[in-house]
Design a protein around this ligand. Structure first.
Ligand SMILES: [Mg+2]
Length: 128
């Protein structure tokens, strides 16, 4: 399998999300203070929502680890499940949020790793 760059993976995630409608604004019903529907509004996905979705994938990975450890699990419809699949979900959602907000993840990775290499052992004495 050919190795893809992060930017190529990001392109792949964007293309699939566009095809499957995940990048479209959602129509929601607006309500008055009594909860009575009064109209509709288009809602775009926010940075906070996208980051929260990464958190949900982390929770799914934790649950999967508690249930199956690192076993490769398949759902009834052949859907990959389990820790490894959830880690892939985290990565896919990370690529998605970086693409939406114009974050050059390759550059940020290199920049952060360059800084981390300058840090002392356990950042100067931190414990686990
Ligand atoms: Mg998942």
């Amino acid at each position: 399998m050919a190795v893809k760059t992060l930017n190529e993976l990001m392109d792949e995630v964007r293309d699939l999300n566009l095809i499957q409608g995940w990048r479209n604004p959602r129509e929601v019903v607006t309500v008055d203070p009594d909860g009575i529907p009064v109209g509709k509004a288009l809602v775009h996905t926010s940075m906070v929502e996208l980051l929260a979705l990464i958190g949900t994938e982390c929770s799914e990975a934790i649950d999967a680890y508690r249930d199956y450890k690192l076993a490769d699990i398949r759902g009834d419809n052949g859907k990959p499940e389990g820790v490894r699949s959830e880690l892939a979900d985290i990565f896919i959602r990370l690529l998605d949020v970086c693409d939406i907000f114009g974050v050059d993840l390759e550059m940020e990775y290199e920049r952060k790793m360059a800084f981390n290499r300058t840090r002392p052992f356990r950042h100067g004495g931190k414990t686990l």
